[in-house]
Every structure is written in C-alpha cells, then in structure tokens.
Design a protein around this ligand. Structure first.
Ligand code: ADP
Length: 417
C-alpha cells in the first residue's frame, strides 16, 4: 500500500482514503504532506454476510474481524470507529485529527475535470454518470453515502480516474462513429488511471530536476489494468484507454484493443451474446487468455522463463503492443523527454522494461541494464544511459494523491451541504 508507513502523521491532520469497489472497500489513513500511513486495510465480500475486515495499524499490528451486517454502511462505520485520533471513534493522545475522506471515483464523465468537494449536486452528477461505469460508480457512491451517514460533518472529496484526461484534444478523444453516439450517449474516449498519471508526472519532474510545465512524458501504468498516457507540459494529451478501461494495451484479464468486428463475427459463428462477449474480453482474455497460466505477470514471466510456449507468447504480445502504444503516444508530444514506467509490472519487472526498451532504440532511448535491474533506485529513477530521452521507473501512489487533493480542497472550504 505504498512505501511510506508508520508514524503519527503531519501536524496538519490525517485523511481517510477510500476505494469502494463492487465487493471490496480498501482504505488507508495517511498524512497528506508526508505520505506516512497510520493505518490501512481492506474489507472483502462486502454486500454479503461473509464480509471480512482486515486492518493494519502500522507498523505491524493486524486484526481481522467478521462483519455479518456486510453492507457498505456497516463496513464504513466500523472503519471510522477504528480510526485513531480526536473526533473519531477511538481517540488517542497526540493523534492528528481526521480532516476529511477522499474517495476514488472511477468515472467522472465530461463534467468532472478535477477533484471536487462532495455535496448533493456532486452526488447527483456521479449518479448520473453511473451508466458509464456500471460496476464501479455505484460502489464508489455507496462509499460516499456511507461516510455521510456515519459522519455528516466530515468533508468528503471525490477524485476521478478520468478527470486528468479531460485536457485531451478532440483528435485524441473522439471516435469515428455516428455523431449521435457521442452527443446522445457520451461515446468518446475518457481514459483512466488519471490519479496515478498526475502523481507520477509530478514526481518524475522532481526526479529529473525540471519543471513539469516543460516536460514531454510518456507514462506506462502497468498494473492489473494497463494503460499509457502522453503528458505534455503537465497535461494529458492522449491515452490508450477509452470509453471503458477495456481499450488499449493487453492487461491481466482484459484483451485491450481487438477488431470490433469480432463482436458480429462471434455472435454469428459461436452464438455468443453481448454479455458473454463482454465478459470474455474483460475477464478471460489478456495475459490469462493468451498464456492459459495466469493473469499475474510474475507467474507468466516465470512460466515463460521455463519455456512454456503460451506464456512466452503472452509476454511477447504484451510487450509488442506496449512498445507500439508508447510510440503512438509520442505523436501527441512531438518530442520525448522521458518514458516512465509505473505500477506493479512497471515498477517491478526489469524484464518487461528491458524488452520494451530493446524495441525503442530509434526513439533515442536504451537500457542501462544495471540501473534497470535495480529498478532505478540508485539513479533517481533513471534506467537508461544519458541521451536525448531517458527511461525511468517512478513508483505511483494514488492514495497519496487522493489524500493531497482532499487536504487541499477541505482547506479551501466546507462542502455546500
Ligand atoms: P493494481 O492494478 O491492482 O493496483 P498492481 O499495480 O499491484 O495492480 O500490479 C499488479 C501486477 O503487477 C500483476 O500483474 C503482478 O504480477 C505485477 N507484478 C508485481 N510484482 C512484479 C514483479 N516483481 N515482476 C513482474 N510483475 C510484477
């Protein structure tokens, strides 16, 4: 859950960061200035009587409890009760106060171009965007409403995965489809992982010692979901995910781009319906579908190293598509200063990074094998020799970004309602 742990936090107060998913709630209590974690945890099987809450109090105290009333309200009330500090359930001397709750919200549509303080109108607009992310936005909202019910006075902030990409120009965000699909149904490219891209671009600028406002970055966020973004002078100008997080790169279980003709073809040849096709492309494709071994890059890499043919193919397709997408992102930048790798695979797989860099020599970047093997830890993130453009590894921390937005917005004023 991030590299900074333990400690009582900054004097300015602590933020509860919540990521409410369709069956889980992840949370962290952290200090927005330093990123220090006081507490973190996850509730799983939310929405069922088997709900289970696991709480870690840093540095090393872990408790697990069952929550038979497994709904969001019960889970979040319990999390709030367990928080240390004044103004929350369990108070302790010397604890910084809880200043707000920051929520990850997956889809902000075209209405949200930045994080916002939550009020009635914001809730209504998130609800009205739910058709764009039917699995995620309702769960994100349930988290917001549960905090509101338990602590009506606590300021809340919504941080959207899509907001950072609202700066994309129409050339990058429009699909070449009938106009009405866009005007009536909002069918356009939105992009995701925006909170990560914001954090990583700011951090890359610090590591490079250059102002973000002058940097042209391609960032590859490679986790269970994978995407690449072009960040020009601090703003997103292109990215690989689209209307949904299915577009673009090969991912753990998601196909990424396929010919849309596949839908009609398989409907006819295999008698598959829209739901089955969508389910297969989201959950049985990607590394899992290609390798037949796992959706987890560690397992696929290990199998490939042992000569497993399908695992090798999965890595080859993953790397080919990733390298191709990186090159495509440079079009929106017109110049490349740095290629940045982040998230689980990006931060930890020297092998994948090396394979990608081996295909990108013509961009003027190469691999510094030793620095790459050490994930750039001794070289301010850098994993390439000096050149026109550099390759680097920058660990992401979406929770910290959400905490910072929450602290900034709550300091500006109380929510409207
Ligand atoms: P999420 O998108 O759920 O936040 P992460 O950012 O944690 O996921 O990334 C998960 C992915 O990172 C998995 O595919 C996992 O196999 C991969 N990963 C983590 N560590 C390594 C490693 N050492 N080598 C290769 N892949 C890794």
């Amino acid at each position: 859950m991030g590299e900074n742990t333990s400690g009582s936090g900054d004097s300015g107060g602590l933020v509860l960061v919540l990521n409410s998913g369709s069956s889980s709630v992840k949370f962290a209590l952290l200090a927005p200035a330093s990123g220090e974690r006081t507490m973190a945890g996850i509730a799983e099987k939310v929405g069922t009587p088997g709900a289970e809450l696991r709480i870690q109090r840093y540095p090393d105290h872990v408790v697990t409890e069952q929550l038979p009333e497994g709904h969001y309200q019960a889970v979040i009330s319990r999390i709030l009760d367990c928080l240390p500090g004044p103004g929350s359930g369990a108070s302790g001397p010397g604890q910084a106060p809880l200043i707000g709750a920051g929520h990850r919200v997956v889809h902000g549509g075209e209405r949200f171009t930045a994080s916002v303080l939550v009020d009635d109108e914001v809730i209504a607009v998130i609800r009205s965007s739910s058709h764009l992310a039917p699995l995620h936005n309702p769960a994100n909202l349930a988290g917001i409403e549960a905090v509101r019910a338990a602590r009506p006075d606590l300021p809340q902030v919504a941080v959207f995965d899509t907001a950072f990409h609202q700066t994309m120009p129409p050339g990058a965000y429009r699909y070449a489809v009938p106009e009405e699909w866009y005007t009536r149904y909002g069918v356009r490219r939105y992009g995701f992982h925006g909170t990560s891209y914001r954090f990583v671009s700011e951090r890359a600028a610090v590591l490079l010692g250059r102002p973000l406002s002058e940097l042209r970055l391609v960032i590859a966020h490679l986790g269970n979901g994978c995407s690449v973004a072009a960040v020009r002078d601090g703003v997103s100008v292109d990215t690989t995910m689209g209307l949904t997080p299915l577009e673009g790169l090969v991912m753990g279980t998601r196909s990424g781009d396929v010919d849309p003709g596949v839908f009609g073809y398989l409907a006819e040849r295999a008698g598959l319906g829209i739901d089955e096709l969508s389910e297969a492309l989201n959950t049985a494709s990607g590394l899992q579908g290609l390798s037949g071994v796992s959706n987890d890059m560690r397992t696929v890499e290990a199998a490939a190293a042992e000569g497993h043919e399908r695992a090798r193919l999965a890595v080859t397709v993953f790397v080919h598509r990733l390298a191709k997408a990186i090159v495509a992102m440079v079009v929106g930048l017109e110049r490349l200063d740095a290629l940045v790798f982040t998230a689980g695979i990006g931060e930890n797989s020297a092998f994948v990074r090396g394979q990608v860099l081996a295909r990108l020599g013509f961009l003027g970047i190469a691999e510094d094998a030793e620095a790459n093997a050490r994930h750039g830890r001794d070289t301010r993130g850098r994993i390439s020799p000096d050149g026109l453009a550099v390759a680097m590894v920058v660990p992401t921390d979406e929770e910290l970004m959400i905490a910072r937005d929450t602290a900034r917005l709550t300091a500006l004023g109380a929510p409207a309602s």
